[in-house]
Design a protein around this ligand. Sequence first.
Ligand SMILES: *[C@@H]1O[C@H](CO)[C@@H](O)[C@H](O)[C@H]1NC(C)=O
Ligand SMILES: *[C@@H]1O[C@H](CO)[C@@H](O)[C@H](O)[C@H]1NC(C)=O
Ligand SMILES: *[C@@H]1O[C@H](CO)[C@@H](O)[C@H](O)[C@H]1NC(C)=O
Ligand SMILES: *[C@@H]1O[C@H](CO)[C@@H](O)[C@H](O)[C@H]1NC(C)=O
Ligand SMILES: *[C@@H]1O[C@H](CO)[C@@H](O)[C@H](O)[C@H]1NC(C)=O
Length: 364
Amino acid sequence: FMCTRFPSKNAFKATFYTFRVGAVGWYTVDLDLPPNKRWTALITDKKTDLANMIQAIKDLANAFVPSGRLVELVDITLPLMVETLPSPFNDEIKGIADVSGIHLGEVVLFNIFYEVFTVCTSVVNQRNDSKGKFGFCWDVKNKSWSISEKLKPLVVNLDFKRNNQTVFKSTNFAWIYTFIYFLFQHIFSLTMNERFSLDGGYIGILEWILGQRDGMWMSFLTRSVLENANSYEEAKHRLAETKMLAPAYFILGGNRTGQGCIITRSRLLSIDVLEIDVKLGRWYVLETNYDHWKEPLFLDDRRTPAMKCMNQTTQTNISLKTMYDVLSTKPVLNKLTTYTTLMQVSEGKLESYIRDCPDPCMPW
Ligand SMILES: *[C@@H]1O[C@H](CO)[C@@H](O)[C@H](O)[C@H]1NC(C)=O
Ligand SMILES: *[C@@H]1O[C@H](CO)[C@@H](O)[C@H](O)[C@H]1NC(C)=O
Ligand SMILES: *[C@@H]1O[C@H](CO)[C@@H](O)[C@H](O)[C@H]1NC(C)=O
Ligand SMILES: *[C@@H]1O[C@H](CO)[C@@H](O)[C@H](O)[C@H]1NC(C)=O
Ligand SMILES: *[C@@H]1O[C@H](CO)[C@@H](O)[C@H](O)[C@H]1NC(C)=O
């Protein structure tokens, strides 16, 4: 087993940077504008790419439910939901729908995509014959390559500003902050990973529809923490304690030695917080999509290779460049990888790279 070692950052770019030359573009989201105007510049720029991505998703949905019913359900039912979503996000959503010409229901779907996605994967997990599961996953993942290709042009860096000053930065797909990287000033960084769980998001979504609305949707919780938390501790507290609609992992980094943790969440509470503890030799924490105290699914073990590479790198030599190398090692890098983001809290740095995994490369 060989960890990837690029001799320099430029060598990395030359090898992998095939999709677009240059860095991922930056856009400003001005929080002083009325919510329905905040996304206008970005959406106007990305209109065609958005339409292409949505068509790919519709094709996928229609492949699974050929009658077109799934798409119909989204377009007819979800617009009704927009009024139940918290302010200012409901107005932002309406603004995005207006500017993009995308159906309101579809814009809503992308804002609650995290929860909807956990429903799909929990359905998959309930088919406990591993052959069926494998077949299904393979199929979904194979088909989703085409979607991950369509997502690449949508990768953007966002600079959220208030009073003309950066509040936080993020990298995501257009306005779809569901698979996200966030950097809050020089204070903390935040990433969220999907956690598979039997009670997925469907209980949460059902409760919401039935009127019990005390849980927070993923995208709104992370936005709100980024807009309002003033310290690592405060962010950690809110991410651990706020009731959510679906389980998740939060990976939080701070600006001081020892500030770094993985929060494993159920819908209701934090199940476990794993902190960096240099004295115990735990100079990093690492999360893929499995509880850290359990073995990862054998078909999807990105944890062991990533840890091997971290261990080989050693604490003294860790840097943005060596992190790059770890994240470029297959199968940590795979066909579903759309982008790699590196953040250095103390420097306020956030760098993102659109990725391509040259063959031979694992589908995930
Ligand atoms: C994955 O999808 C492509 C095109 O959709 C198809 O040609 C290929 O056979 C699929 N691979 C597997 C392993 O199913
Ligand atoms: C906002 O800040 C930029 C540079 O940081 C400056 O060029 C610009 O004039 C400022 N705009 C306002 C309205 O203060
Ligand atoms: C680190 O974060 C704290 C808040 O937790 C903040 O007060 C401090 O200014 C930050 N340090 C740097 C160097 O930005
Ligand atoms: C990496 O190092 C840690 C700490 O020494 C150890 O617990 C872990 O088993 C190592 N993992 C791998 C995959 O080498
Ligand atoms: C750490 O970096 C130094 C200087 O670049 C290099 O000589 C050394 O071999 C590296 N150590 C490891 C374990 O990679």
